[in-house]
Design a protein around this ligand. Sequence first.
Ligand SMILES: [Zn+2]
Length: 180
Amino acid sequence: MIPVELMCRRCGKEVETIEHVLLYCSFASAAWFGSRYSFLVPQSNNLKFHQWLQSLSFIPLVSKAESRLVFSYAAFMCWRLRMARNNLYFENIDCLPSDVITRVERSWIEFHGALSRPLGKPVMADSFAVSHSTVITTWSLPLTGFIKLNGDAAASDILGTQGLSFILRYSVGSPLRAVS
Ligand SMILES: [Zn+2]
């Protein structure tokens, strides 16, 4: 019989389910919260992944274009979180939630840049920028030379649990550290 490791190798606190890897692991929830949309993963961890994804549709968005941006961003988050998990398990390569965010940003901007340019004109990924007119702006850059701290906390009387998340960002917007 082959021994199977059931517990999450990253936090060692929970059985590794899809929901744990993509949402409830402290590593994942820090990455979601530290992302440009500051997604808050509920601490009650009784939602299935598809239910949580459906809950995103209740975010007040002004257009279908914005909705597509949010859902595509969530898809890239899932992909990069899954890759981070596989790199840890199969390559023994660890990373930080901020590394996941950086990779998501790069892939997501490249993806939307590719959608908006004519076919047959390859351009370097870093030269793309998603139009700010179609991106929900919920956060502003700190002044040059400053670091911005954003945080949030939640508590459940029913479960008797509390959660705290924060992220530090440089003045260019890149994450310095995210903790949940
Ligand atoms: Zn975990």
